[in-house]
Write a protein that binds this ligand. Structure first.
Ligand SMILES: *Cc1c(COP(=O)(O)O)cnc(C)c1O
Length: 427
């Protein structure tokens, strides 16, 4: 399957029916699985055999779709989670515990910033946030002996900053830790972070992957490239026996599948953020059209960005597809086929004009969501990033008080632009 190109993988990867089997991905709506003997079940519990025993750990429908995303990313193993938040939580918790430290980009989703700086901090995991545009020396200075990973977003939500993935990978690897990249906005159709040195990829599948605003979900994918045993002292959870699994050693016993096996066997078992099989089915259906939709999102967003860039009532705009954008060169390198449909801009008149403009839109939905088929708009400073103080957190995470996040959908772009035109006329 992996010899096929992205558009084909979107449709076929992860589930190929055999003779007489259903064409559609089956929804295996069950909590549990029957076995002939307790001995056989015992082997499953000991991870001696692979097989399903309880949907909190694994379910076939979920696994078909995890395999589809894994193929698209070019990884070796993956798992679905119930949300993008759960995916990022697991991505980090799978590597560290109380007393450890993580370095993360400041240009990340507000929910992730809260997860790291508030909730995970309470668990005793410390975070240092770094400007992703800083040079390697400055980034390196944030690392400590107990640092266990570096984290960034391919295209930041909502600032639209593009990550220099190779630079981040070099810095992470120089410190003997993996690079985790949240690839939600670019999707594997427009960027495959593993090809640039990232070790682990996360997704909020809630966005473009599912694509229709119907299903919250997440994914965690491993490249299989990070050598845990070469840094055994840093990652005892992967390289020493797991007493809760009769002494299994993930790195030694599962090789390239170590990271995902541990996330399944420990984190899903104990924290249980599994998606419903029905949600996995809907996600799989969405992914079938991912390549087509991304092409249209990017085409439409480019036209909208050019329109806004030339409008006298637009004070600034950030879209890496524009030639004079700060991130244009990085986008040309990492996102040659297009970035995504999300752009941010600020109208003349600041915060007040931004909310007035937003309230005047008729076609675009005002929602706490981005990256689905319908055009939508949000003012992060009064919603998703509301918990952040204006200075310095808001600015540090790339959210100016007048920033409007516009997620350009797949409608006829002329209707999207006409909607913006009538709204801009009212400010
Ligand atoms: C939305 C989002 C998340 C959180 O995902 P949920 O599915 O809403 O839990 C994480 N990262 C990025 C980049 C996102 O856009």
């Amino acid at each position: 399957m992996n010899q096929y190109r992205q558009g084909t993988l979107c449709v076929h990867a992860g589930y190929r029916p055999e003779n007489g089997q259903p064409r559609s991905v089956p929804i295996i709506q069950t909590t549990t699985y029957r076995y002939d003997s307790s001995e056989q079940m015992g082997r499953l519990f000991d991870l001696e055999e692979s097989g399903y025993f309880y949907t909190r750990l694994q379910n076939p429908t979920n696994d078909y779709i995890a395999a589809r995303i894994t193929a698209l990313e070019g990884g070796v193993a993956g798992m679905l989670t119930s949300s993008g938040q759960a995916a990022n939580f697991f991505a980090i918790l799978n590597l560290c515990g109380s007393g450890d430290h993580i370095v993360a980009s400041t240009a990340i989703y507000g929910g992730t910033f809260n997860l790291f700086s508030v909730s995970m901090k309470k668990l005793g995991i410390d975070f240092t946030f770094v400007d992703p545009d800083a040079d390697e020396e400055t980034l390196s200075a944030a690392f400590r002996d107990n640092t266990k990973a570096l984290f960034g977003e391919t295209i930041a939500n909502p600032s639209c900053a593009v990550l220099d993935i190779e630079k981040f990978a070099r810095v992470a690897h120089a410190h003997g830790v993996p690079l985790i990249v949240d690839n939600t906005f670019a999707t594997p159709v427009n960027c495959r972070p593993f090809e640039w040195g990232a070790d682990i990829v996360t997704h909020s599948t809630t966005k473009y992957l599912e694509g229709h605003a119907s299903t919250v979900g997440g994914a965690l994918i491993d490249s299989g490239n990070f050598d845990w045993l070469a840094h055994a002292d840093k990652f005892p959870g992967l390289t020493t026996p797991d007493e809760s699994y009769h002494g299994k050693n993930y790195a030694k016993d599962f090789g390239k599948a170590a990271y995902i096996t541990k996330a399944t066997a420990q984190l899903m078992r104990d924290y249980g953020s599994i998606p419903a099989p029905m949600n996995a089915f809907l996600l799989g259906l969405g992914i079938e059209t991912l390549e087509l939709r991304m092409q249209r999102h990017c085409e439409n967003a480019q036209k909208v960005a050019e329109y806004l860039a030339g409008h006298p009532k637009v004070a600034w705009i950030s879209y890496c597809g524009l030639p004079n954008d700060k991130y244009h060169a990085l986008a040309e390198k990492y996102l040659p086929n297009g970035s995504c449909g999300v752009l941010s801009f600020g109208p003349v008149g600041g915060r007040e004009a931004a909310t007035k403009l937003m309230d005047s839109l008729k076609l675009a939905n005002v929602v706490t969501h981005v990256a689905d088929a319908q055009t939508c708009v949000l003012h992060p400073a009064s919603t998703t990033h509301r918990q952040l103080s204006e200075e310095p957190e808001l600015i540090a995470s790339g959210v100016a008080p007048d920033l409007l996040r516009l997620s350009v959908g797949i409608e006829d772009v002329r209707d999207i632009i006409e909607d913006l035109e009538q709204a801009l006329a009212q400010i």
